[in-house]
Ligand binder design. Structure first.
Ligand code: ADP
Ligand code: ZN
Length: 293
């Protein structure tokens, strides 16, 4: 099988071709420009690839309600030119194949459930901590949608007692994204996160916010796996700190062995590594093909 995959990010687009086992056999990547030239490159890439379906996992917010007149559009992004852009329609006019369409983080959650860290499980939550914070939710065997789609990066947080940083979210200030995305680390400490040493106080503070959000997610959704990806999570020392914060916040209340005894295997990096996004899009494409045939 040859399935197309598009991981559409705010800074870069990754396009690839893969098979039904999650193997990526070809890929390209280019910067995200305005929508028309960007999609032109995407369409050029797939023109001779003979794919049977294409899955798109994209930055958003996006319209994923099939009954909506603007289904397939990017909605309210500040990214120049993208607000209101008919992303899915543009692709459909170029290729007569089934399309999968969802957020980048829902795609990643799905890819992890099909081939990655949550393989075989009927639920998981996928977080990305990068330029923003995004959350994808796979529950009872399907991706969660609703009025729009989950926006768990914007849950409100209780502030760390030693933190004077006000947060950078233009809507909420000190929501999770405002306090814990990559730019928050950089603005709070005056240096990029990638340049801070592993024993810097930035990391316990980061774990404080992430652990708090995960504890809320765990009581709310009871996911069977929690997967943390994105650039910030390249700081591996965060994992044990976050697990401790989750335990501290839950305080024994969710009395399941996964948390009490096996938390190292419960809050984990993506099983698909940095391929989580592209493999997720691939999984969406594969699912779209199966629905149609
Ligand atoms: P994006 O969110 O744009 O798709 P990333 O997931 O790579 O891309 O996130 C970029 C953000 O993550 C930036 O704010 C960057 O400073 C931060 N970041 C990237 N690598 C690291 C690292 N190794 N340690 C800490 N922060 C990092
Ligand atoms: Zn916010």
């Amino acid at each position: 099988m040859r399935i197309g995959a598009i991981e559409a990010g705010g800074t870069k687009f990754v396009c690839g071709v893969g098979d039904e086992h999650g193997n990526i056999v070809d890929r390209v990547s280019f910067p995200t420009e305005r929508p028309e030239p960007t999609l032109e490159r995407v369409i050029d890439y797939f023109r001779d690839k003979k794919v049977e379906a294409i899955g798109i996992g994209t930055f958003g917010p996006i319209d994923i309600d099939p009954s909506s007149p603007t289904y397939g559009h990017v909605t309210t992004t500040p990214k120049p030119g993208w607000s209101g852009f008919d992303f899915l329609g543009t692709m459909k006019r170029a290729f007569d194949v089934p399309f999968g369409w969802d957020t980048d983080v829902n795609a990643a959650a799905y890819g992890e459930a099909v081939w990655g860290a949550a393989k075989g499980l009927d639920s998981c939550v996928y977080y990305t901590f990068g330029t923003g914070v995004g959350v994808g939710i796979f529950a009872e065997g399907r991706l969660v949608h609703g009025l729009l789609h989950p926006e768990g990066g914007h849950v409100l947080t209780r502030r760390h007692p030693d933190d004077t940083y006000e947060g950078f979210c233009p809507y909420h200030g000190d929501c999770l994204e405002g306090m814990a995305a990559g730019p928050a680390i950089e603005r709070r400490w005056g240096v990029k996160g990638s340049e801070l040493p592993p024993d810097h106080p930035a990391w316990p503070m980061e774990a404080f916010y992430i652990g708090q959000a995960l504890a809320s997610t765990i009581v709310l959704l009871s996911p069977k796996k929690v997967i943390l990806g994105g650039g910030v999570m390249h700081q591996k020392q965060l994992f044990p700190m976050i697990r401790e914060e989750v335990k501290r916040n839950l305080n024994g209340y969710v009395a399941h062995d996964a948390i009490l005894k096996g938390i190292d295997d419960y809050i984990v990096p993506p099983g698909l590594g940095d391929n989580a996004g592209l493999c997720g899009a691939l999984a969406l494409g594969l699912a779209a093909l199966r629905v149609q045939s």
